[in-house]
Write a protein that binds this ligand. Sequence first.
Ligand code: NDP
Length: 269
Amino acid sequence: MTATVMAPMTMTPMTATAAGEGGGRPLAGKVALVTGGSRGIGAAIARRLAAGGAAVALTYQSRQDLADQVVKEIEQAGGQAWAVRADVADAEQVWASVAGAVERFGRLDILVNNAGTGVLGPFEGISLEDVDRVLRTNVRGPFLAAQAAAAHLTEGGRIISIGSCMAERVAFPGGTLYATSKSALTGLTKTLAKELGPRGITANLIHPGPIDTDMNPADGESAEFQAGLTALGAYGRDLDVAETVAHLAGEGGRYITGASIAVDGGFAV
Ligand code: NDP
């Protein structure tokens, strides 16, 4: 059996409303950078932070059309957004996206390391190329983005990374590379919390369970199996993750740092 890339290309409906849930603009005056904001969880996060009042820079790898659509939706709702192509596996592009967000909006308060990729399959079938690509995307990219962002963050700054429930719980075989990459974010998050805490900056990690996106569609071939591994017996929505990001980004996250927070419907509890 060969390794398979978890990236089927089907459209997912937008579920985060530009108006947000709960009203108010607690993030007014803040600037956020969301990696991989053209679709799925990242797009929901971008829309949700913008609904909270933040100006949002979002990156994409190839789907400029979808990134532009997210920007347009945010602007039509009265917010500010900007999209830039930046492969998170490419160091120069990561640095340029952070610099570009600061140049565009004048500051940076919130970094969301969301862009990610996955390869599932038996350990023996994972190629060297797979290992390098997944680690560059899921580990090196967030590391470099955090490093570049930290130079701009001030008191109240936030670094929020998107991991995976598979980083901490193993419900089925075949996830060695993906779990390896996502569990590395725990070390990054905890040490960032220690190093940046004295500057009033928090660092946290969210572990989503099965969320209905292009990467893991709720009508995919393993969807019923994955839903069955959760206590709630169902997939989550991109907005479920975005709401937790918004909480961490706002005043509610003031005293939360170094934490790993599951948004997973009770995956393999
Ligand atoms: P999708 O595949 O639906 O969307 C991925 C997004 O990331 C797109 O905006 C894509 O851009 C962008 N992207 C992918 N690779 C890169 C790259 N190398 N550089 C920059 N941007 C990139 O994924 P999800 O929304 O499902 O996943 C988002 C995060 O959540 C990932 O880190 C994933 O591992 C994690 N996660 C997802 C789960 C799920 O069940 N969906 C469960 C647990 C964790 P473009 O549109 O241009 O291709």
